[in-house]
Design a protein around this ligand. Structure first.
Ligand code: ADP
Ligand code: SF4
Ligand code: MG
Length: 323
């Protein structure tokens, strides 16, 4: 269980999200718990299909039918978001929680000028209007690194590069001074040089504005360079939560150990070793620990009941019978 305390901005507790499809119930998010402290970047990492986006959508109230959050608590600034009405949740989204997604083109309206789209966020969630709103929009464009905000204001999304569009989304995300930004693979569609610029921008903004961030990625190297805490997901479960320092020095979960070996090589030797097997299909999960068919340490007990996640040190949690 995650203890709720006032240094935490967000407490996700025992979250379960399912998709009720014609082929059966898909358990996309299972008993996921984690906390994000005020001012920290929490890296949520896992392979494609491990449940990262569904976790983010669950927090923001954006899970669409046939999907539904079936149980858990999402305590944000002292309120369980799962108890809010649709209107109350719409107010939280954009005003208290900003969002940045992987594909900036689909998140922007192609027929509206950049400045108008940023102003729209201010119009919905703040009391600003007229010139004050325009000035605030220029200020936001400057904050995300545009030299000539007045020129950018009147441009359309297709006139910008992918990196510039991601900056615009960042401006919209921070427009109302939210306390939390959720970024879901914000740089995955960008080239490496643009990616590092955008990551630098994000890191600087978060620190300067005193916001917290849930940073979702499949890329361990990004978490290592900018997160303080890390949550590792596998087959819809959180299998390890740790500080970034401890995780990259000595991961607790055999899956985390395998991942680090596949990305950095044995003890950083550069000799890479892939984890055998592949991520299981969520509709036909193995009994017991979902990682047991691929785990070099699997024991009889691992094929019985699924292990629960437990605290094994300060800020260190793992879902594994070895502990
Ligand atoms: N709309 C949907 N309908 C049915 N199943 C879904 C839907 N969206 C997601 N899922 C299930 O949830 C799993 C996790 O998805 P997702 O959170 O997008 O993974 P990630 O972001 O880690 O790549 C998918 O592999 C799929 O089985
Ligand atoms: S519970 Fe067992 S199978 Fe699962 S990761 Fe731990 S040792 Fe491996
Ligand atoms: Mg995703």
């Amino acid at each position: 269980m995650v203890k709720i305390n006032d240094t935490n901005l967000l407490d996700v507790i025992g979250l379960n999200t399912r998709f009720f499809t014609e082929e059966g119930v898909i358990p996309a998010v299972n008993d996921v718990s984690f906390a994000i402290r005020k001012g920290e970047i929490f890296g949520l990492v896992g392979e494609s299909g491990s449940g990262k986006t569904v976790t983010a959508h669950s927090i923001m109230g954006l899970v669409q039918p046939p999907g539904r959050v079936v149980s858990g608590k999402i305590v944000f600034e002292g309120t369980d978001l799962l108890t809010l009405s649709r209107e109350q949740m719409e107010d939280v989204r954009g005003r208290r929680i900003g969002m940045v997604f992987q594909e900036p083109m689909t998140a922007l309206n192609p027929v509206l000028r950049i400045g108008e789209q940023i102003s729209e966020v201010l119009e919905i969630h703040t009391s600003l209007s007229g010139n004050a709103m325009k000035e605030r929009t220029y200020e936001l464009l400057t904050q995300v690194g545009f030299d000539e905000p007045r020129k950018r204001y009147i441009q359309y999304p297709h006139q910008l590069s992918g990196g510039q569009r991601q900056r615009v989304l960042m401006a919209m995300a921070i427009a109302c001074n939210p306390s939390l930004i959720i970024a879901d693979e914000p740089t995955t569609a960008l080239d490496v040089a643009t990616e590092s610029q955008i990551l630098g921008l994000i890191e600087g903004l978060i620190a300067r504005l005193g916001m917290s961030m849930l940073f979702i990625t499949h890329d361990l190297t990004i978490v290592r360079s900018m997160g303080q805490s890390v949550g590792l997901m596998y087959a819809g479960r959180m299998v390890e939560r740790n500080t970034v320092g401890e995780f990259f020095a000595k991961p607790l979960h055999p899956y985390g150990q395998g991942l680090l070996e596949s990305v950095y090589g044995f003890s950083g030797s550069g000799r890479l070793k892939a984890i055998p097997g592949s991520v299981p299909n969520l509709s036909e999960l193995p009994d017991g620990c979902t990682f047991h068919p691929r785990c070099p340490h699997a024991m009889d007990i691992c094929r019985g009941d699924e292990p629960v996640i437990k605290e094994v040190g300060k800020d260190q949690w793992v879902r594994c019978y070895l502990y």
